[in-house]
Design a binder for this molecule. Structure first.
Ligand SMILES: Cc1cc2nc3c(=O)[nH]c(=O)nc-3n(C[C@H](O)[C@H](O)[C@H](O)COP(=O)(O)OP(=O)(O)OC[C@H]3O[C@@H](n4cnc5c(N)ncnc54)[C@H](O)[C@@H]3O)c2cc1C
Length: 447
């Protein structure tokens, strides 16, 4: 047999992606998340050929993944097709492809579907789940970083509850109805709160064959408080709300192993659970070809204050994948929606000014505050010097999320669903459409 060389293994697609002819400079934006879309929206009237590339044909509203995962919303309420969003934008082109490599020496990006050249390149590829190298947890746990992850969690939860009703083995039933959420940040807290509401309001009605207290929800957090990026006030209120919902919160504890049945903590405790949801970290994701010296903690691409990747003339990075490290923010900005949107808007001004030969300004992040909800009617808010929680914070949380969702139909769908569930305490989407399959998970989760 012929020996496989590195060149054999490296198969680069050599067909160009077809694009209309244009007299304008071409800007290629990889990723239509919050950052990429904000950039497109603010550049669409410029004399540019804008090519948005994404591996999905839709934008995803990640802050509500947990509601899809816990059967409160249908997936199509929180995703939106790019082609519909970009309708009528004459100089904006969408191409469905996954970018695999950037070759800056000849201003080319290579995708799984062909290559194309650029005058300006913007990496807005976001982040992915970080399992911190723990292979077994990546193999058996569930991340929450894609709409498909939300559906995996939902289907697994519903299948496990059905299986729990079938089995006569008490230990098996316990494991099927125990849920361990790892990571006490906003995603973990919101997921644990929503699971607790499912247990408190849905289980007694839908599954009369076993008592509601059978379903245990554990939230494991490595630091000494939940929502550690928010104020101490927010953390304390959140802990109280979670305890009221009967979520067992394990602080100063880390999960070190999981085999699909037993969760092992650093403290040596074992929890039997067939579902482990991992929200304990993310890391930047981007195609090959970006020099290693530009990659810093959290696999993020370091940029200068003008959002340009150092060492490149025409390559920029924005959003979760990027970090602007300065004296005032040595750790970079947080990986949340606001910095991504603000960088998208700011980069549009930089590119506009570069095109017109005008001076450019450095990016400065304006922190507009943080919100997190813990079950229905309870949330915490840190808005400047105003730090509060409860019903009013929940109203603000609901309003902010509703107006941020793209598309009138999606806003309406989410609004109606929330209204019904507000009065009925019901979650309408308890449907197993695509049975959860472990094999699919194993090929997807990367460590
Ligand atoms: C569960 C969860 C809850 C959250 N809750 C909140 C919240 O309440 N408030 C808040 O402010 N933030 C929240 N966030 C964080 C927020 O969603 C992110 O900070 C934000 O989405 C980052 O935007 P982005 O544009 O950088 O990346 P993303 O929104 O992740 O978009 C990246 C895009 O790039 C595409 N892409 C990636 N790689 C490639 C490639 N190689 N080729 C082609 N396309 C590619 C992806 O398909 C995607 O469309 C939450 C995140 C999660 C996961």
């Amino acid at each position: 047999m012929r020996k496989k060389t590195k060149i054999d293994a490296f198969c680069r697609i050599t067909e160009a992606i077809c694009l209309p002819k244009s007299e304008f400079p071409r800007i290629v934006i990889i990723g239509g998340g919050f950052a990429g879309l904000a950039l497109v929206e603010n550049l669409k009237k410029e004399d540019l050929q804008i090519v948005l590339i994404d591996r999905n044909n839709f934008h995803q509203f990640q802050p509500l993944y947990y509601q899809v995962a816990t059967s409160a919303l249908e997936p199509d309420s929180i995703v939106f097709p790019f082609r519909k969003q970009l309708r009528g934008y004459k100089n904006v082109i969408f191409r469905l492809a996954e970018v695999q490599e950037v070759q800056s020496s000849d201003n080319t990006v290579y995708t799984d579907n062909g290559f194309l050249t650029y005058d300006f390149l913007v990496l807005a590829t976001g982040s992915e789940t970080n399992f911190f190298g723990m292979e077994r947890i990546a193999e058996h746990g569930l991340g929450l970083k894609d709409i498909r992850d939300s559906l995996d969690i939902r289907h697994k939860m519903l299948q496990n509850l059905e299986q729990a009703a079938i089995t006569c083995n008490d230990e098996e039933r316990d494991a099927l109805t125990n849920f361990v959420v790892v990571g006490g940040g906003p995603a973990g807290v919101e997921t644990a709160g929503a699971l607790a509401e499912f247990r408190n309001y849905i289980l007694p009605k839908d599954y009369p064959e076993y008592p509601a207290f059978l379903m245990n929800i554990y939230l494991v957090e490595a630091s000494g408080r939940v929502l550690s990026s928010m104020s101490k006030n927010a953390s304390a209120m959140t802990l109280k709300y979670l305890k009221n919902l009967n979520v067992e919160v394990l602080l100063n504890e880390t999960v070190v192993d999981y085999d699909g049945n037993v969760v092992l903590t650093k403290g040596g405790e074992k929890y039997f659970a067939k579902t482990l949801i991992w929200t304990a970290g993310v890391k930047g994701q981007f195609p090959d070809g970006i020099g290693k010296k530009n990659v810093v903690k959290g696999n993020r691409i370091k940029t200068n204050a003008f959002l340009k990747v150092e060492g490149y003339e025409n390559v920029f990075a924005i959003g979760d994948v990027a970090t602007v490290i300065s004296e005032t923010s040595p750790e970079g900005h947080p990986q949340v929606a606001q910095p991504a949107i603000q960088q998208g808007v700011h980069l549009s001004a930089i590119i506009r000014n570069l095109l017109h030969g005008k001076p450019i300004k450095p990016f400065k992040y304006k922190d507009k505050g943080s919100l997190a909800t813990i079950g229905k009617r309870k949330a915490v808010a840190d808005l400047g010097r105003f730090k509060f929680g409860g019903y009013f914070a929940w109203m603000i949380w609901s309003f902010v999320h509703l107006i941020s969702i793209i598309g009138f139909r999606n806003k309406l769908l989410v609004g109606i669903n929330w209204l019904i569930s507000y009065f009925s305490f019901d979650k309408g989407s308890r449907i197993i459409i695509r049975p959860f399959k472990k094999e699919r998970l194993n090929t997807k989760n990367k460590i």
